[in-house]
Ligand binder design. Structure first.
Ligand code: AMP
Ligand code: ZN
Length: 114
């Protein structure tokens, strides 16, 4: 999508601190970290939100979770644990309309969220 900042990050049109990429996904550090480790994993194809997952595209979620597992080990947050967050829509607090999974770790995280 032309006006989507995460599509632009995937295409290299906006700089990012890349952690990982393959043919289907891209992982990069959040520009405004809420924890010592805070990165985002996104599909390269534009999917607006969890509301837009369906039988044709939902396999990407399984792939993203496998990549999160691998990156959590590499970034040393696997043993102590971490949180995976997907914000969906207005009430969910989604600000970027390209589905993304936050991974937060490196400190004890509170629950419930505000
Ligand atoms: P959400 O509120 O769930 O839509 O999360 C969007 C996230 O994207 C926020 O945590 C922002 O800090 C992050 N973000 C926005 N623009 C960029 C960018 N150019 N590079 C890295 N992270 C970004
Ligand atoms: Zn997009």
């Amino acid at each position: 999508m032309d006006d989507c900042i995460f599509c632009k990050i995937v295409k290299g049109e906006i700089p990012s601190k890349k952690i990982y990429e393959d043919d289907k996904v891209y992982a990069f550090y959040d520009i405004n970290p809420e924890a010592p480790v805070h990165f985002l994993v996104i599909p390269k194809d534009h999917i607006a939100s969890a509301n837009d997952l369906n039988d044709n595209n939902a396999d990407i979620v399984s792939h993203i979770f496998k990549i999160i597992n691998k990156l959590a080990v590499e970034l040393n947050i696997s043993d102590k644990g971490y949180r995976i967050v997907n914000n969906c829509g207005e009430d969910g607090g989604q600000t970027v309309k390209h589905i993304h999974f936050h991974v937060l770790g490196g400190r004890c995280l509170h629950w419930p969220p505000g």
